[in-house]
Design a binder for this molecule. Structure first.
Ligand SMILES: [Fe+2]
Length: 254
């Protein structure tokens, strides 16, 4: 299995806070059968800045630690970039790190809204040859209230990644139901852990795939697992045509 979104590098963001914690997270991944994991430190989210060169160096060092510890896990370099106006300028300046240096870039929205310029910026990114992947849309309040915001972006050719713990129910029933709806309507293309530690935000990738197998079928599990592999190899992922989520009408007493 390949995990395309994690905060396993220590002391670079709100993920792992120590070398020991990073090793614990790596062991948890190894136990689940994860063999490759993309480290995606936050960048430009208002609190953390982790540019391309520093992440590549941190990944190299951590892979040496894993080798010493005889943990069968390879870390690949990546970044979780907050969407911001100058993202393309900074990409040209070599500060933006795509996932395993492919054409795919992991993009995060603010948690409560979708910036009005998102669609235009994604269009420009695609023209530059970058394929945006929206991180955990199921945890964005504006998308939760108006799923069409995501549908429009996916229809435009943007991809999306749902978080494993959203599928399993760790973030509550509402998020779980919505995450399952997104999967059902072909509005997401990847499942990833977004693990921040080994306790409160653990890696639940294997559990999420079990949930998907039970709620949907095994083919869908393979679909997501293959897409992660395709992304890491910088090939073109499989995309099913998306469907709109029909919102339940408000049933009030008039
Ligand atoms: Fe993340």
């Amino acid at each position: 299995m390949i995990d395309i979104h994690s905060h396993i590098l220590s002391m670079v963001d709100d993920g792992s806070q120590s070398a020991r914690q990073s090793i614990e997270m790596a062991k948890s991944a190894e136990e689940q059968g994860i063999r490759m994991m993309i480290a995606t430190p936050h960048h430009k989210n208002g609190r953390y800045e982790n540019t391309k060169t520093t992440i590549i160096e941190e990944v190299r060092r951590f892979n040496e630690v894993l080798k010493e510890q005889q943990i069968d896990l390879t870390i690949l370099p990546g970044q979780e970039v907050r969407l911001y106006g100058e993202i393309l300028d900074d990409y040209q300046k070599n500060e933006i790190l795509t996932l395993n240096q492919s054409n795919y870039v992991l993009v995060e929205f603010p948690s409560d809204h979708v910036p009005s310029y998102a669609s235009r910026l994604f269009y420009e990114m695609k023209l530059t040859g970058i394929q945006p992947v929206i991180a955990h849309p199921e945890r964005n309040r504006a998308i939760l209230e108006r799923p069409d915001k995501l549908f429009d972006l996916v229809e435009q050719g943007v991809l999306a990644q749902v978080t494993a713990s959203s599928m399993t129910g760790r973030f509550g029933k509402k998020i779980k139901n919505f995450a399952h709806q997104l999967v059902d309507h072909h509005l997401v293309h990847f499942i990833a852990s977004d693990a921040h530690n080994a306790s409160t935000r653990p890696n639940e990738l294997q559990q999420a795939f079990q949930t998907i197998e039970e709620a949907f079928d095994l083919n869908l599990v393979y679909y997501f697992q293959e897409n992660a592999e395709i992304l890491v190899n910088d090939q073109t992922v499989f995309v099913e045509p998306p469907a709109r989520i029909r919102m339940k009408k408000f049933l009030g007493i008039f």
